[in-house]
Design a protein around this ligand. Structure first.
Ligand code: ZN
Length: 205
């Protein structure tokens, strides 16, 4: 075995269920241990009485329909160059973030501590409560509404949801939704291809 192969993701050697079972650890400061961090300036403290009790799943690609350019990471850290693409010029000055991004290959990046308020939901409402950013955790999957997400993304998302529920007990089974559920008519992500049953099956495997 070449040294290179030794550093391949663990999933290749252990199969699907073991990959989900390997735990992600969340520290008390709200950051994942042993996970890549790109700290975003786009956050603030949650309101004093806010309990974290909702996970919002999103889909995003930049430019729309393209993957792997690193532009989502640049967007969430205010480093997107508007000269690189006409779409980037359209969204120049947009200040957004999510707590985490899961890339097409399953790679996980964290931008904002789970204890803080990321800027992912916008105008939104969940079960009669507005401003979902106050009480939610936003997880972006790299993808488009009209294309399925990858096995690696479902596995990583399941791992993350399992760990979040352990760390924040108010994140019940029902406290999981898509951006389109809290901003209907305005947002469509993660899109009709996102398979909620598949996610829930992995979480309970
Ligand atoms: Zn979204």
């Amino acid at each position: 075995m070449t040294p290179d192969l030794l550093h391949k993701p663990i999933e290749i050697f252990t199969g699907l269920s073991l990959a989900v079972q390997s735990k992600l650890k969340i520290k008390h400061d709200g950051w994942l241990q042993d996970t890549d961090i790109l700290a975003s300036p786009n956050f603030e403290q949650r309101p004093d009485n806010a309990e974290i009790d909702l996970i919002v799943v999103h889909g995003i690609s930049l430019p729309p329909g393209e993957y792997g350019g690193g532009y989502i990471q640049q967007l969430f850290t205010n480093q997107l160059d508007p000269r690189e693409h006409e779409y980037f010029a359209e969204i120049e000055g947009l200040r957004v973030s999510a707590h985490c991004l899961i890339e097409r290959n399953g790679h996980l990046v964290q931008f904002v501590s789970f204890n803080d308020r990321a800027w992912h939901a916008g105008a939104s409402c969940w079960q009669g409560r507005d401003n979902c950013n106050d009480f939610s955790i936003g997880i972006e999957l790299e993808g488009c509404d009209d294309e399925g997400y990858t096995d690696a993304q479902y596995q990583q998302l399941a791992r993350l949801v399992i760990s979040l529920r352990k760390q924040y007990p108010a994140l019940t089974e029902q406290a999981l939704c898509g951006h389109s559920d809290i901003a209907p008519g305005r947002k469509t992500d993660p899109g009709p291809c996102f398979d909620w049953n598949r996610l829930n099956t992995l979480i309970h495997s």
